[in-house]
Design a binder for this molecule. Structure first.
Ligand code: TYD
Length: 223
């Protein structure tokens, strides 16, 4: 069994990550592709503390950074690496690019944050950045009936978007999140299927006919 692939959803709050994560897991389930899914911050002790700090007393940017990194170290060791070793598609709703964007928005050096994370966290094979203007994302947050946490204030999101816009990564795909949920889901699924095929071809030395079989099995045609 080969190593799995790591699929990461990123974007500012209101971009539709949670919906798209759900859609991708539904598709993979239907296609019979083994996967596991989780979010960051996690529901572990550090993650819970971070979520609480968004509504209760705010931590300093440095304290936040250290807690997110602790949370992620546990996540890598206890969830992400075991999934990849088992050959699964590991899907994450936020990863260390959020660390760069959000703690970067508080004045920390976002490039340095990326470097720190890259020392211990496996790189994504597919990095889906859901791209949306602040106006639309703010509207979506308001219409959810949420006042917005400290992470979701407009000026914070503006700085986050600026950082996301500068991030470069070989696995990065910017997806226009103003499109319909169905279209965004199709784009995301296609990127994951491509990554799965790229992994399979050298590993199994597939013939052209076998490859077509896999493509049919894993390709959900638009209805
Ligand atoms: P979010 O995905 O909004 O969770 P929920 O859907 O439960 O509200 O994540 C919570 C916030 O955490 C989000 O606004 C961004 C922030 N965050 C960071 O500041 N740094 C990080 O490293 C991560 C992973 C998230």
């Amino acid at each position: 069994m080969g190593r799995g692939i790591l699929v990461v959803f990123e974007g500012i709050d209101g971009a539709g990550k949670s919906t798209q994560v759900r859609r991708l897991t539904q598709s993979l389930r239907e296609l019979g592709v083994p996967f596991r899914v989780d979010r960051e911050p996690t529901d572990g002790p550090h993650g819970r503390r971070l979520r609480a700090s968004a509504t209760l007393g705010r931590l300093t940017a440095e304290e936040e950074l250290e807690l997110f990194i602790l949370d992620r170290k546990e996540h890598v060791a206890g969830f992400i690496e075991p999934g990849l070793a088992a050959g699964e598609v590991v899907i994450l709703d936020r990863y260390y690019f959020s660390n760069a964007a959000y703690q970067g928005s508080r004045g920390l050096d976002w490039r340095e944050i990326l470097r720190r994370n890259e020392c211990f966290a496996p790189a994504p094979d597919v990095l889906l950045l859901l791209d949306l203007s602040i106006d639309v994302s703010s509207e979506r947050i308001q219409s959810r009936g949420e006042g917005g946490t400290e992470f979701e204030k407009r000026n914070v999101l503006e700085r986050c978007a600026e950082i996301y816009a500068q991030i470069q990564h070989p696995a990065l795909r910017r997806v226009d999140a103003r499109q319909s949920v169905d279209l965004v889901a199709q784009c995301c699924l296609a990127e994951v299927q491509l990554a799965l095929l790229q992994r399979l071809v050298p590993e199994k030395r597939l013939t052209a006919v076998e490859l077509m079989g896999w493509v049919r099995k894993w390709t959900v045609l638009p209805s």
